[in-house]
Design a protein around this ligand. Sequence first.
Ligand code: FAD
Ligand code: SF4
Length: 512
Amino acid sequence: MMPVRRVCLVLGDQLSFDLASLADLDPRRDAVLMVEVMEEATHVGHHPQKIALIFSAMRHFAQALQQRGILVQYVTLDDPLNTGSVPGELQRWHASLHAQEIHATECGDWRLEHAIKTSGLPITWHSDSRFLCSRAEFAAWASGKPQLRMEFFYREMRRKQRLLLNNDGSPVGGAWNFDADNRKALPKKVMAPYPARFAPDAITHEVLTLVGERFASHYGSLEGFDYPVTHTDAQDLWQYFLDYGLAAFGDYQDAMAIDEPYLFHARISAALNIGLLDLRQLCSDVDSAYWSGSVGLNAAEGFIRQLIGWREYVRGVYWLKMPDYAEGNSFGNTRALPEFYWTGQTTMNCMRQAIGQSLKHAYAHHIQRLMVTGNFALLAGIAPRQVCEWYLAIYMDAYDWVELPNTLGMVMHADGGYLGSKPYCASGQYIKRMSDYCGGCAYKVTESTTDDACPFNALYWHFVMRHGNVLRDNQRMVMVYKNLDRMDAAKQNALWQRGETLLSRLDAGEAL
Ligand code: FAD
Ligand code: SF4
């Protein structure tokens, strides 16, 4: 084989034609390297649909590059010479292509980037320009701040990107954030659009067979795989959301409903995180939808806040604080993750719904992740590492840079409040208000201390009492502790006892 000038590594979550490491690629002298490796597919037990999505999208992207005349060295999982790891493959191809240079784009996982960086290979690293805020820019913004707040970061991003701004630079509608207008429960008469589905083609069928054979022990179903695996299909998914979802996203962003996994959510995170969609275009489309009058401000602002606020913010925190961030456990939790997280076999209807659809579709929307499965893990004092592993494994869109801060920081408050100002803890009343789950539940959401009382209620107060020494000083928890202090000792004791009973049942391996 002719020696090549440059090998450009493209990872499974970097399937973008605009990737920084591909920018100066010369098809006459350079080659792209793409590898399906066991280490990345198994460092946690990823949902089989997620592995299928990545391998299929990689194969489609390799084809698209080849159609542009680019030489692609594509290593399939079953290649007998496959070394099983990204650094191993880089070593092998660097040697066999006699490449003078290796170019790579920043990884989405500290673990992998560290492994590549310590492999001794001469790599030129490129910043991941798919994001709006580089690691260095975020570090500069965070510098000197003892605590970070997403809201202030978000305002800067809005100004920089000139999204939803008046001519004088002020926010349209007179406020930066319309969060309070994103919290309607779903009325019975409102129907969510049927989800856009994408039938597997020959490449995806081949990958589904491979994944079914090789990853049979991983939790989650392969059946009904319908995710987009090409840029064109991902664009269709996005357009579908613009046409049928975005307008109601504003009102029902926080709503949950039985057997409705998607409601008015875009379901784009899996495609976006692997490079099939372009963040700048998404933001510009939503901005245009607002100015054209086709969607209200609470929808447009709410959606843009997630994309340029939360998404960029959690990535910034991740790269600023890793690797120590992953060790955070400020409440000192040690309880094991209950088995029902992996099976969905629990009597709690909200948990059964959220976990069941996660195993089936590798998807749950934000409020299910935060206020159902996450809230339960927080209240029950589950060890953060185990919770993080579950989220990383189970969701189609989960990559360390986005999963870890959301889970460890936002859900478990295990970073001591660096990412978020207060724990997102809530009793069953919140779930009742935002969903129809409680009506179909064997537990009574109106009860707290009886045997059939909603477990979230006593666990909530147990959590509040258990961590009073830390949380009483939190300004945003003042009302909670006022309410606790108003209860008489007998009531507090009954809640504590019920909490203890539930926790010891979890420790005994019982499903609630
Ligand atoms: P929509 O509700 O339609 O939102 C639009 C987009 O906004 C999403 O596609 C996503 O790109 C972005 N977004 C919204 N909230 C966040 C957020 N908090 N952080 C980052 N991006 C956000 N998102 C992931 O992409 N990968 C993860 O591994 C992941 N893990 C999470 C773990 C927990 C515990 C929680 C609470 C949230 C997590 N999120 C994660 C954020 C959010 O739940 C998903 O992005 C969202 O559910 C994806 O579905 P959607 O595309 O229908 O999103
Ligand atoms: Fe969930 Fe409690 Fe409602 Fe049952 S009663 S669905 S456990 S919040």
